[in-house]
Design a protein around this ligand. Structure first.
Ligand code: SIN
Length: 498
């Protein structure tokens, strides 16, 4: 079913936003975008190629020469106007998200607010870009630093948050004076393009924000963004494998780089936890966006003393309170997965766990009567480290429960992975809270909560989950260079001064 937009001009078909204008791919090629719930065609989007992308980079370079010299206050006002327009058009943006991503409308509305909040947050940072004055170790010298925009940025964003991952990257880039060329995800291009239209209406100067789309040409567009000499910074959110490839490509011109890659989040429930809170936290963390976020709980470890009780209450909630369906339908709590590959992986993890001795207590199967991308929210008990769910990110609505005995044992299991994005645990013991938070090898820890995402808080990982931080004060410095100035020959202090 096609949603009725209040402002139909927000749906941009067959055009991308380059240099302040809506343009088609030079080749005229397009690709189809389908609703993951119904499989129906939404519309077509331009298949940009190398030449189109280079055109966007040139526009961003030209715009950078003047945009970098705007005052922080002026850039702040632009971001604020963009924020206001996103909020004014929240219903239409949410409808586009549900249509192309599948998440329930209530979640999509939540994402629009999350996305807008990045623009608001960074609009508030823009006027406060301070350098330092540093006491020199050389007599007569003065040292100071200037924070400068790094230059034109290449941004590559994922389909799981079609609005928020774009604003999380563009917000700080613009706040400090960078210009951007952003490759929107092939699965969900229309939310990104609607955001571009609102950036245009907010008065963001031409060439400052460029948003392009590609599906089959994604590898070559990615290669241009990561090898072009004009691009000085790349920020990517996506899989670890693609992150490694982009990093190799960026090495040819030594670009500044932020990578927000896959996770395998441990979620630990200790015997001393508030079980109600732990169940609610696990539901929120595991099943957010049907398990399709990088920070979703992937391995739920429950201490032996509360394992059975936790498993019973957790399974009951999933069985009784979830309703899977089309995200536009009233009362639907969980939508489809994004595509066939996602469903196949989820199914493979469930079958693998079953074959190796785990028990599926809720769900475990596709729901063909709803559509080919729907999978039952699933709870599996008796999961062990030999199963695929332990070492691979499921990225779907399957919760595997592991049993553990001691704190030492669970920390070891939690850290036995090459990635480290988010980790969660529930405990009421203050000493344990500090100890476990310090020992988890992750970039972000949730204590007694399953939700940690917040524009004010630094988001990012360690190990093969990548590097760099998004959101917060730290998100700003990812788009800056620190230039040092030494001013010599200042002479001796004034005679008679103290
Ligand atoms: C992600 O899945 O990449 C982002 C999740 C979030 O911002 O909460």
């Amino acid at each position: 079913m096609a949603p009725k937009l209040r402002d139909p001009s927000l749906l941009k078909k067959d055009v991308c936003y380059i240099n302040g204008q809506w343009v088609a791919a030079k080749s005229g090629k397009t690709f189809e975008v389908h609703d993951p719930s119904t499989g129906q065609l939404i519309a077509t989007a331009p298949e940009f190629d190398i030449e189109d992308t280079e055109r966007a980079i040139e526009a961003a370079e030209k715009a950078f020469q003047s945009f970098r010299h705007q005052t922080g206050r002026a850039r702040s006002k632009l971001l604020r106007r963009w924020y206001d327009l996103v909020m004014e058009n929240a219903d239409d943006l949410a409808a586009l998200i549900t249509w192309e991503n599948g998440k329930p409308l209530a979640d999509a509305k939540g994402e629009v607010v999350y996305a807008a909040n990045f623009l608001e947050w960074f609009s508030e940072e823009a006027p406060r870009i301070y350098g330092d004055t540093i006491p020199s170790s050389v007599p007569g010298n003065r040292v100071w630093t200037i924070k400068e925009p790094v230059g034109v940025c290449g941004l590559i964003t994922p389909w799981n948050f079609p609005a928020a991952m774009i604003t999380r990257k563009i917000g700080p880039a613009l706040a400090v004076g960078c210009t951007v060329v952003c490759k929107a995800p092939g699965e969900t291009p229309f939310t990104s393009l609607a955001l571009a239209e609102l950036a245009h209406r907010a008065g963001i100067p031409k060439g400052v924000v460029n948003i392009l789309t590609a599906l089959n040409n994604t590898p070559e567009v990615g290669e241009v963004l990561t090898t072009h000499r004009t691009i000085r910074k790349v920020s990517f959110t996506g899989s670890t494998n693609v992150g490694k490839l982009l990093m190799r490509q960026c090495s040819s011109t030594l670009k500044k780089l932020s990578l927000e890659l896959g996770g395998n989040a441990p979620f630990i429930v200790f015997d001393d936890a508030d079980i109600d809170a732990a169940v609610a936290g696990a539901i929120a963390s595991k099943f957010r966006s049907s398990g399709q976020t990088c920070v979703c709980a992937n391995r739920i470890f429950v201490q032996a003393g509360v394992y059975d009780e936790f498993a019973r209450r957790f399974a009951a909630k999933v069985r009784d309170e979830f309703r899977v369906g089309n995200g536009f339908e009233q009362g639907v709590t969980h939508g489809p997965l994004i595509h066939d590959r996602a469903v196949a992986k989820v199914e493979a993890h469930v079958r693998d766990a079953e074959q190796k001795g785990a028990t599926v207590v809720v769900g475990g199967h596709r729901i063909p009567e709803l559509g080919k991308h729907f999978f039952q929210p699933t709870v599996i008990t008796g999961v062990t480290p030999e199963m695929a769910m332990f070492s691979e990110e499921t990225f779907g609505p399957v919760a595997g429960l592991f049993k553990f005995e001691t704190e030492e044992e669970v920390i070891k299991m939690a850290n036995a992975t090459d990635v480290g994005l988010a980790g969660y645990f529930f405990s009421r013991d203050v000493q344990r809270v500090y100890r476990v938070a310090e020992h988890l090898e992750v970039g972000m820890v949730g204590v007694n909560t399953g939700l940690i995402s917040d524009p004010a808080a630094p988001f990012g990982g360690v190990k093969e989950s990548g590097f760099g931080r998004e959101g917060s004060l730290y998100g700003v410095s990812e788009y800056q260079i620190t230039k040092m100035v030494t001013f010599g020959g200042m002479g001796q202090p004034l005679q008679g001064s103290s």
